[in-house]
Design a protein around this ligand. Structure first.
Ligand code: ZN
Length: 241
């Protein structure tokens, strides 16, 4: 069955990831692709890494994935992110470190492409919030359909002159334009909706559906506090910001 769950920006939030996996399972979705930032911020980096490693058919590197293994300098990150990355780095096994360092910046398959932030210069991890930033990514996107993350904002950009931005919940495939789609963040949503975000790419019905699912935010936040990580990282989960 050609249904693929698109997940990303999990950020060590196991409760959110498990909520999304259960929703995908309930929908009969077997395949999973991940746009990166498996670790960072949350209290279960290794557990989330194990799930993605086992389940995802493709995964690209996020800035936090590279930050945790020294492939992106820590001074690039804000104070709370830096602290969480230091904490995360200490808990990763050598094997987990190797897996994260080996993640590619771009995945190009027959059905879709993945990049964490922007195709323009993937290692820069530039944010794509607006149509101008999307246009620069489209200039280096080689296929008709690509997924990205990084902003933690679910949305779709349609290539063209001008590039268009849309928030619709269902996006048909085969439009006249190429697509650059952000499924939103599993583990740290920032669009004021605290529910875990993901998307389902349905290649048979030719559409992408944006989804949200409730999860045990209190448990995930409690673990962040128990771990001694910055309290702001726990508080923002229930705010969805
Ligand atoms: Zn992220």
């Amino acid at each position: 069955m050609a249904k693929i769950g698109i997940i990303g920006d999990i950020h060590g939030n196991l409760e959110a990831l498990e909520g999304v996996l259960a929703a995908l399972e309930a929908d009969g979705v077997q395949r999973i692709a991940c746009v990166g930032d498996v670790v960072g911020y949350g209290a279960n980096p290794s557990e989330c890494l194990a799930v993605v490693r086992e389940r995802a058919e493709a995964c690209v590197a996020g800035n936090h994935d590279y930050g945790a293994v020294g492939k992106k300098p820590l001074d690039y990150f804000n104070a709370a992110a830096r602290e969480a990355l230091g904490w995360t780095a200490k808990r990763l096994s050598e094997d987990e470190r190797l897996w994260l360092s080996g993640l590619p910046l771009v995945h190009t398959g027959d059905e879709y492409q993945l990049v964490h932030a922007s195709f323009y210069d993937p290692l820069e991890f530039a944010y794509v919030f607006n149509t101008e930033e999307a246009a620069s990514s489209f200039s280096r996107q080689t296929g008709p359909l690509a997924f990205f993350g990084h902003t933690h904002w679910p949305c779709t950009f349609f290539d063209g002159d001008p590039v268009r931005h849309a928030l619709q919940r269902v996006v048909p495939l085969d439009p006249p334009a190429r697509l650059f789609v952000n499924a939103g963040s599993v583990g740290q949503p920032r669009d004021s909706d605290p529910r875990a975000a993901f998307a389902i790419l349905d290649l048979d019905r030719r559409r992408i559906t944006f989804r949200r699912v409730d999860y045990d935010i209190g448990a995930a936040a409690g673990k962040i506090l128990d771990a001694g990580l910055p309290a702001s990282l726990a508080e923002r989960l229930s705010l969805g910001y």
